[in-house]
Structures are given as structure tokens and as C-alpha cells.
Design a protein around this ligand. Structure first.
Ligand code: 5AD
Ligand code: SF4
Length: 421
């Protein structure tokens, strides 16, 4: 989502007469888009800001944006005289106005979370990546006890369907072949009585749009209708990122996850019944307060049971203001390091197995960019694997390939027939 936000801020500033600096060091304005989800986010942001001072003592205009800006607010200006603007994730549309104020010597702060849509302020796009992000939903009402998102991104809010379809059409006209719908709880999207599966079907009707993906989902909002869409909508790619966080019901309860290992597995079973080839992905946190070796073993067992195609895993990071930060039995770093290593080894083993099992398949690859070698292009399989193909095709082409070899992080594909543009 920060990538999407960054692109939109750049487009908005572009529409207001600015151009991207070739070298960051020459920039008149630097926007630092920050994430607050884990680790020492605020400290990292301030040290990054400090580095923007030039050798001759001059400095660019500096805007602190994103969730650290949201969490720090006006305090950011007190902590660093380098910071001229503080702009939270719901206030990006005000950036040009804030820059104008800063040029006049002001130090504006905007961390409001208005219900009205910032999206209306963003300009029309002329160029889009073959695979383009589209934010359809923001915020979170789930309040997992470790997570800062409900505080920094605010309550769950869905964009109107007509705005989303309009933006999707605009992206397709500008070159997108695939749209990745984004939201902190993307599958909680609902508007005017329409649900997420309805939205998927509406996007599937757009000519020229060939692939639809979405991320990230909460198990609570995996409706039967959404699962059915995976069986019916050909453009919906066979990939699901469904974070579980832990395999231990005791920890899941302490996390306020509202699902158990069993209810999570039941959802995946239904999903596999609807779309047998679906690639599954997830998120895990190790070392949540009170996590025992037994709890952790339950997580390893769940990984084995699911057989993820890929997954993200993190060490628990206490976030100021969240309930878990003050829970007893915080876990020592060494224990977290050890568990993370063991979990990642297990995940990678499944990832390698998944990729190897793909070898021999004939499928389609959406070409996204050039590879390292002349004549080599890199694209994505329907299961979101990176595939290297020797071809003179260009980004945006969708090519029929045979998958011929697999490594842990990518596959090799051989072109089957001439490019179908
Ligand atoms: N510590 C570690 N990981 C976290 N995540 C969210 N909050 C924390 C935290 N405090 C992880 C979760 C989530 C992903 C986006 O980040 O796994 O799904
Ligand atoms: Fe954070 Fe996701 Fe839980 Fe919301 S559902 S509180 S974003 S981990």
C-alpha cells in the first residue's frame, strides 16, 4: 500500500508542476513515506531525515509521510527541525497545498482522518505498470492486540464501487493487464450492499484487464461468495494470501484473531475445493508474549499441514499503545531469532516443493520487466511465481510458456508459441 501511496503522491505532485529528481541528493523536496508496522520505525525515519542535510548545511524541503507521521503528529517537528511537513496517510491529497505553505516558511501538520475520499484529488494516469496496484479499502476494525494499523490507518473504510471501476479502467487504458486490489482488510470491502465478490465480478467485466489479484485478507471476511468467485471467475488468479499469525489457539486468542487454527484450515479446505491449484500464502509472528515452545510447534505443524507456496514471517515487535506491548512474558530476542530461523527454513522447504511441483506445467506468464541477461524477460505465473523467459516480448505481454526448471525464488519458462500480445 505504501508503494501505491508513493506513486499517487508522485503523480499528484507531478500534476502540480514538479518532476522527479534524477538523484535524490538534488531534490528540492523529499517525501519520506514511512511504515510503522514493526521494529524501530520512528527511530529509522528520524535518522533518515538527519541524513538529508547536505554538506554545505543546506537542506531540501522534507515531508514526513505515512504511518510514522500519523503516529508522531506534531511531535515530529519538535524532534527534528529538518521536518517541514507532517502528513498522515489520509491527508495525502493536501500535499501540494502543504508544500506551498512550507515554501512560505510554514510547517504544516495534517493527520486528520476525514471520511471523505482523498482519492478524488489524485490525477488521471497516463502510464501504468503491467501489474498495477489499486487501493479499494483502507483501515482496520479488527484490533489484533499486537497491531498498530487500526490506530494509524483508522477504521475500515471502503471506496465506492464506481470509483474503483473507473480507476481500474483508467489503469487498463494506461497499460495495466493485471490489477492487484489493496486494502488492510481487502476482503472486508463492502459498499451499498455489494460485497467483495461482487466487486471482483465487476472488474472481471473490464475488457483488456486479464488478471485480478487482491491482498491482504482476514480469515473472518473469507465469505463463501468470495470462495465461489475463485471457482467461477477465470481472471481471478489462483493465489490467496491469508495471514494466520500462529498455529496455537491459545496465542491466537491472546492476539484477538477471532479464528482458531481449525477454522482457518477449514477455510483453506473450502478454497482448495473451489480452486484445487490455488497457491497459498500467509503471515506469521513468532515470539508473541507468552509463546511457549509448544505453541511454536503448533505453528510449525500448521505450516506443514497447509504446505504454503510462500509465506512471510516476522519477529514480534512491541508497538507502543497496543495491548500486547504491556503483556507479561515478553519473549527474549534470542528465542525469537531461533524460532524465526526454524520457521523460515520450514516455509522455504514448502516453497521449494511448490515450485518444483510446477515444473512441467504449461501456463501463461505476464511479462513485467527485463531480466539480467540480454533477451531475458521476467514475469509472473498465475501462482505469483517469478518466471524467467527468453523472449523478445515486451512488458504487458502474456505469453504461453512451459515451466522447465525451479529454484526457491523463481522458475524458468520456455516459450510455447509466438507471443500473443
Ligand atoms: N510485530 C510483528 N509483526 C507484526 N505484524 C503486524 N504487527 C506486528 C508486530 N507488532 C505482521 C503481521 C501482519 C503483517 C502485515 O505484519 O504478520 O499480518
Ligand atoms: Fe493489524 Fe491485520 Fe489484525 Fe487489522 S487484521 S489489526 S491490520 S494484523
Amino acid at each position: 500500500m505504501n508503494v501505491y501511496d508513493g506513486q499517487r503522491m508522485a503523480e499528484l505532485l507531478g500534476a502540480n508542476g514538479m518532476t522527479a529528481a534524477v538523484d535524490g541528493a538534488d531534490a528540492d523536496l523529499v517525501v519520506l513515506n514511512t511504515c510503522h508496522i514493526r521494529e524501530k520505525a520512528a527511530e529509522k525515519a528520524y535518522s533518515e531525515v538527519g541524513r538529508l542535510r547536505r554538506e554545505d548545511g543546506s537542506k531540501p524541503l522534507v515531508a514526513l509521510a505515512g504511518c510514522v507521521a500519523q503516529a508522531e503528529g506534531g511531535e515530529a517537528k519538535r524532534r527534528s527541525p529538518m521536518i517541514d511537513m507532517v502528513v498522515g496517510p489520509q491527508a495525502y491529497h493536501r500535499l501540494p497545498e502543504m508544500v506551498a505553505q512550507a515554501v512560505r516558511g510554514g510547517r504544516p501538520v495534517d493527520t486528520d482522518m476525514p471520511a471523505i475520499s482523498k482519492f478524488d484529488a489524485f490525477p488521471t494516469r497516463r502510464r501504468a505498470n503491467p501489474s498495477s496496484f489499486l487501493t479499494i479499502q483502507e483501515g482496520c476494525d479488527k484490533f489484533c492486540t499486537y497491531c498498530v494499523v487500526p490506530y494509524t490507518r483508522g477504521a475500515e473504510i471502503s471506496r465506492p464501487e464506481k470509483d474503483i471501476v473507473l480507476e481500474a479502467r483508467e489503469l487498463v487504458d494506461a497499460g495495466a493487464r493485471e490489477i492487484v486490489m489493496l486494502g488492510q482488510n481487502v476482503n472486508a470491502w463492502s459498499y451499498d450492499g455489494r460485497g467483495f465478490a461482487d466487486l471482483i465480478r465487476a472488474l472481471a467485466d473490464i475488457d483488456g484487464l486479464e488478471r485480478i489479484r487482491y491482498t491482504t485478507s482476514h480469515p473472518m471476511d473469507m465469505s463463501d461468495d468470495l470462495i465461489a468467485a475463485h471457482a467461477e471467475v477465470a481472471k481471478l488468479m489462483p493465489y490467496l494470501h491469508l495471514p494466520v499469525q500462529s498455529g496455537s489457539n491459545r496465542i491466537l486468542k491472546a492476539m484477538n484473531r477471532s479464528h482458531t487454527a481449525e477454522t482457518y484450515l477449514a477455510i483453506l479446505e473450502k478454497m482448495r475445493a473451489a480452486r484445487p491449484d490455488i497457491a497459498l500464502s500467509g503471515d506469521f509472528i513468532v515470539g508473541f508474549p507468552g509463546e511457549t515452545e509448544e505453541d511454536f510447534t503448533a505453528t510449525l505443524n500448521l505450516v506443514d499441514e497447509v504446505g504454503y507456496a510462500s509465506a512471510y514471517s516476522f519477529k514480534y515487535s512491541p508497538r507502543p499503545g497496543t495491548p500486547a506491548a504491556t503483556m507479561e512474558d515478553q519473549i527474549a530476542t534470542e528465542i525469537m531469532d531461533d524460532r524465526l530461523q526454524r520457521l523460515q527454513a520450514r516455509i522455504i522447504a514448502h516453497q521449494v516443493a511448490f515450485n518444483r511441483a510446477s515444473v512441467g506445467k504449461e501456463t501463461e506468464v505476464l511479462i513485467e520487466r527485463r531480466g539480467k541477461y540480454p533477451g531475458q524477460m521476467i514475469g509472473k505465473s498465475p501462482w505469483l511465481q517469478s518466471v524467467h523467459v527468453e523472449t523478445d516480448a515486451t512488458p504487458g505481454d502474456i505469453l504461453p510458456v512451459a515451466l522447465t526448471a525451479a529454484g526457491p525464488n523463481s522458475l524458468t519458462g520456455a516459450l510455447l508459441t509466438k507471443a500473443a500480445a
